[in-house]
Design a binder for this molecule. Structure first.
Ligand code: G6P
Length: 613
């Protein structure tokens, strides 16, 4: 989704901004722009397409001396919401005088009425965006003090924003503000860099301030001055980022997605580190900040999430119900707040979000909190909005996930959910002995994933055979049903093949009509409960001439005989089996997409972090 980078300091702002935008490319975008302040003027370049198109234009248009001379600027990658991805609609946008410029993430929901009011005062708009209205409003209210004008304008705005605003008159400072869209300020030596995502900052500094909603900040080379929307100073803590730059780079792999698939044994190890108490047969998870008494008082779990995180939540339901005996519901976060959800005092709402910024999940968190629920976050990005607003929860510690298609975050989410279910279970029905056995199984997870990664060649062979298929079905039962949904989602996200995930038993209720010899079926026939019924479902598919690729447990010869092709996963508990199984599906989707020469890390139309509803 949209990205912002702003810079003021002792380096060429152009260079810093362009390299910062490149680090944000993974978020998904369709156009980009930059403005620098120099010689009392604003200099802008905007372009549709990739950052490298913008880069080419910038370096061919601006001479070297000028580039080195400009030490303040702001920039943006856009993912179109209002108005198509043209250079006119790309950010920055200008005010009526052309002396102020702004980049904006988010949506100004009342832009239409604001625009009508401004047009009545003679304002002329050059784009179809909601964003341009905001900078015109700031310009309308500007009387020589930029931060005052920004605060005044934001009071009229409904919607979400992360903004950076520059003035031609002020080569020494710029103003940023946020509500609902993340903004992080990096404090360097004689330089300050602002970005919507910490990955654009870490090559400059690790000291950062995460702005809260309704914060406004004046940014200077020497540091920042944070205020609230009434322009009253507020203090914000400085945090230290512990990612390294290498973690945000490809490390020799062809794609971030492949790197992240292969990183899973390590990221799962990080998720588990120090969190299992094998002696007591439980999980520690101190971030939950709940006593055993509070945990045992929980009567219902409601999981809210979107996309891949939603699929993780669906697996979590099996964990909570089986291990902790707690009725569990899983809600698509986008649906949750619009249907007057019933919250009881003994409910726990679990929000799952890799980025911690997904607008619908955040809105669900706010709804649940407002209704008095106990809210817990499962997030990867430390300091993200959902993590902070939930106030308690469990971080994945999966490291930055750059590929748009989520992989390592999903397996770490399942691992966290399994540990949470263990902890809840131990406060209720699970014996210490059972808990100890489960701890052992959980400890095995990184090894199980390693075993699947070692089967890469087997998966490549199947991908080679079927990468030209037009449609796919993914079938599973029990906790393998959401795994089938996730496998289908991975395939459609990056290979653009139409893929449907179905409960194997539901196939007969309609979709079986679509099966023929051109429609491969991926069936999770692991050696766990439901295996025999899966074999029957596979027969139903084969009887319709659909080729079946079975995900089968190593050594399960009876099943192999019933499949057209097999991908092996190691023998393990039914509770951990979703994790190695989904890794096989991630690799399958990856290789199909690679063979089809798709843009794997930045699939068309998709964004890593969806900060609009
Ligand atoms: C986007 C991403 C998905 C992700 C979903 C939820 O659609 O492309 O990969 O699963 O958002 O994101 P979250 O950060 O909340 O887990």
């Amino acid at each position: 989704m949209c990205g912002i980078v702003g810079y003021i300091g002792n380096k060429s702002a152009t260079d810093v901004l362009i390299s910062g935008l490149k680090r944000l490319e993974y978020r998904g975008y369709d156009s980009a722009g930059i403005v620098v302040v120099s010689g009392g003027k604003l200099h802008t370049v905007k372009q549709s397409g990739k950052v490298r198109d913008l880069e080419q234009m910038v370096y061919s248009r601006w001479d070297e001396k000028f580039q080195a001379g400009a030490t303040l600027g702001i920039s943006h990658t856009r993912w179109a919401t209002h108005g198509s991805p043209t250079p006119e609609n790309a950010h920055p946008h200008y005010d009526q005088t052309g002396r102020l410029a702004m980049v904006h993430n988010g949506i100004i929901e009342n832009y239409s009425s604001l625009r009508t009011q401004l047009q009545a005062k003679g304002h002329v708009f050059k784009s179809q965006t909601d964003s341009e209205v905001l900078i015109h409003l700031i310009g309308e209210l500007y009387q020589g003090n930029l931060v005052e004008a920004v605060c005044a304008a934001l009071k009229h705005v409904e919607g979400t924003y992360g903004i950076a605003v520059v003035s031609a008159e002020r080569p020494d400072e710029f103003v940023v503000a946020r509500k609902g869209s993340p903004l992080v300020i990096g404090l360097g030596e004689g330089e300050t860099i602002v970005a919507s995502d910490v990955s654009a900052i870490i090559s400059h500094t690790r000291q950062v301030i995460y702005l809260d909603d309704d914060d406004v900040a004046v940014v200077r080379a020497s540091g920042v001055d944070v205020r609230n929307i009434n322009n009253v100073p507020v203090s914000r803590a400085v945090a230290k980022v512990d990612w390294d730059v290498g973690a945000a780079e490809k490390g020799g792999y062809e794609h971030f997605m492949l790197k992240e698939i292969h990183e899973q044994p390590e990221s799962l190890g990080n998720t588990l580190r120090g969190r299992l108490d094998e002696q007591m047969g439980t999980a520690l998870l101190s971030g939950l900040s709940l006593t055993p008494r509070e945990l045992s008082a929980i009567r219902r779990v409601v999981i809210v999430a979107c996309g891949t995180s939603y699929h993780a939540g669906m697996v979590g339901k099996y964990y909570f119900e089986e291990l902790a005996d707690i009725p569990t519901e899983v809600d698509q976060a986008a649906e949750y707040r619009y249907r007057n959800p019933i919250i009881r005092p003994d409910d726990m709402v679990v929000a799952i979000s890799q980025s911690g910024e997904t607008a619908d999940t955040l809105a669900a968190v706010r709804e649940a909190k407002q209704k008095g629920a106990l809210v817990v976050g499962i997030c990867n990005v430390v300091g993200s909005t959902i993590a902070r607003e939930a106030g308690r929860g469990v971080y994945l510690h999966a490291g930055p996930e750059i590929g748009v298609a989520s992989t390592k975050a999903f397996t770490c989410q399942l691992t966290v959910l399994l540990m949470m279910a263990l902890k809840l279970g131990r406060c209720r029905r699970l014996s210490r002995q059972n808990g100890m056995e489960l701890c052992e199984k959980i400890q095995e997870i990184p090894k199980l994933v390693k075993a699947v990664l070692a089967r890469n060649d087997e998966i490549v062979k199947v991908a080679e055979q079927y990468h030209q298929a037009r449609d796919f079905f993914f079938l599973g039962r029990g906790a393998m049903f959401p795994v089938a949904l996730e496998g289908a989602l991975k395939l459609k996200e990056i290979s653009y093949i139409h893929a449907e995930g179905y409960h194997a038993a539901e196939l007969k209720h309609g979709p079986i009509a679509l099966l023929d010899k051109q429609t491969p079926v991926l069936a999770m026939v692991n050696d766990i409960a439901g295996r025999d019924k899966m074999i029957s479902n596979v027969q139903e598919c084969r009887a319709r001439h659909a080729p079946v690729i079975g995900i089968v447990t190593e050594g399960d010869a009876d099943v192999e005989a019933n499949m057209d092709h097999v991908i092996h996963v190691p023998k393990c508990s039914h509770l951990t089996a979703p994790i190695p199984t989904v890794v096989a599906l991630q690799l399958f989707a990856y290789h199909v997409a690679r063979l089809r020469q798709c843009s794997i890390d930045q699939p068309r139309n998709l964004a890593k972090s969806v900060t609009v509803e």
